[in-house]
Design a protein around this ligand. Structure first.
Ligand code: GLC
Length: 397
């Protein structure tokens, strides 16, 4: 299989235009709209061979920004569509997703020095990250909160079972029901975080905040490049503050855990989120050594023959095989991508090569599927799913 050619073909097949906007849908059979972090992944890949399309992707994503700065996690584009995920506001969802935008914008810029483009999107980026640092952190704890599991990008991860009020054996259908209920409650609150939203689901997620740290650093670089020295320093300080707060509130026994509520109660369900802080360099090298050797490479928990399990095999919630997409065990390409870059950052080259080889192996065995049974490599969920193209960003530069 010529993965590069197949990936490029898929990105082209899934390309759509609405009016002046061009974007890529993650999968024609399951996800016919635009998604936030998916579009960031798309632009990171497109930047390598078609930067104009990478910029178009980001421009479309930013076009539906809310007045308060939020970038919605889904833009429906086609008017009148009726869909399960039609949550909240007309034309978009009312949630966000892991804030990969600044990273994607900087990756795009590095390969295509279009300063006017960067300048044109900078104010939107500033207002988005400011929203996360203020409205989603009304008490100034330096950690951004998510108001729904979907905002983590891992919609049904068991990491959120306790705050969502479900048990490890919950059906995927009931799980989705709970998440839509949550949006209804937040809509009644008029999405006011400080007042009532926090009563329903108020989680400081490891993945979301790790992504925030690395993206604040990217935003600081963008500000420096555009000669906005004040922003450059302010966003770097914010990145340090979030990293510091994560260490203080989330680290226990050498592992980062998401927390819930005002008391920062740790959510002790073992998921691949343990490895995400490697992506932003948040573990010390000795801590990273333990995390990689004792957890990532442990066949009893995360390391399976075909991929990294998104939920530890030792968890009662673990289900490697589901009827539909699931973060309760199956391997996902975005997870492999974060882990790959995290391993590289610390110099675990052999282990990173292994993650890339497993990713390629999954595509060769099962094609561009949404996720994969880590024990058998069988494809699960959506077909023609774009995340497989992330292997193009797991190559030696
Ligand atoms: C699923 C994934 C989410 C992704 C979306 C579109 O809901 O859990 O992370 O953004 O599909 O691909």
């Amino acid at each position: 299989m010529d993965i590069e050619a197949e990936a490029k073909k898929l990105l082209l097949e899934n390309r759509r235009t609405t009016g002046e906007y061009q974007y890529i849908i993650p999968s024609a059979d399951h996800y016919p709209y635009q998604w936030l972090w998916d579009s960031c992944f798309h632009s990171i890949i497109l930047a390598k061979f078609e930067p104009t399309a990478a910029k178009a992707e980001l421009r479309a994503l930013l076009s539906k920004q809310f007045e308060n700065g939020l970038i919605p996690h889904i833009i429906y584009w086609s008017p009148g569509v009726l869909h399960l995920f039609r949550w909240g506001v007309e034309g978009t969802s009312s949630l966000t997703q892991p804030p990969m935008l600044a990273y994607a914008a900087w990756e795009t810029h590095k390969r295509d020095l279009d300063t006017p483009f960067l300048q044109s999107i900078f104010p939107s980026l500033v207002s988005y990250y400011r929203f996360l640092l203020t409205e989603r952190d009304p008490h100034g704890h330096h950690l951004a909160s998510i108001i729904n599991p979907d905002e983590s990008g891992e919609d049904n991860s068991p990491r959120f079972d306790t705050p969502l009020g479900v048990t490890p054996g919950v059906s995927l259908k009931d799980h989705l029901g709970k998440r839509t209920e949550l949006v209804d409650k937040n809509r009644e609150c008029n999405f006011d975080a400080g007042k009532c939203m926090r009563d329903f689901f108020w989680v400081k997620d490891v993945l979301f905040n790790t992504v925030l740290v690395e993206n604040l650093r990217a935003l600081s670089k963008i500000a420096g490049y555009l000669e906005h020295a004040e922003y450059e320093h302010a966003f770097m300080r914010d990145a340090d503050a979030v990293a510091g707060a994560m260490r203080e509130r989330m680290l226990e026994d050498g592992i980062y855990w998401s927390t819930m509520g005002a008391e920062f109660t740790k959510l002790k369900t073992a998921t691949w989120a343990h490895f995400v802080p490697l992506f932003a360099g948040l573990y010390t090298p000795p801590e990273a050594e333990v995390v990689v050797r004792e957890h990532l490479l442990n066949p009893e928990t995360f390391y399976a023959s075909f991929g990294i399990r998104t939920t530890s095999k030792a968890e009662p919630a673990y289900r490697p095989h589901a009827d539909d997409f699931s973060w309760r065990g199956p391997s996902w390409m975005a997870a492999h991508w974060f882990i790959y870059h995290g391993l590289k950052r610390y110099g675990f080259s052999k282990e990173a090569d292994d993650i890339r080889a497993k990713s390629v192996g999954l595509l060769e065995k099962s094609g561009f599927r949404e996720c994969f049974d880590p024990e058998t490599g069988e494809g699960l969920g959506a077909h023609g799913f774009t995340w497989g193209a992330l292997v193009l960003d797991m190559m030696e530069e």
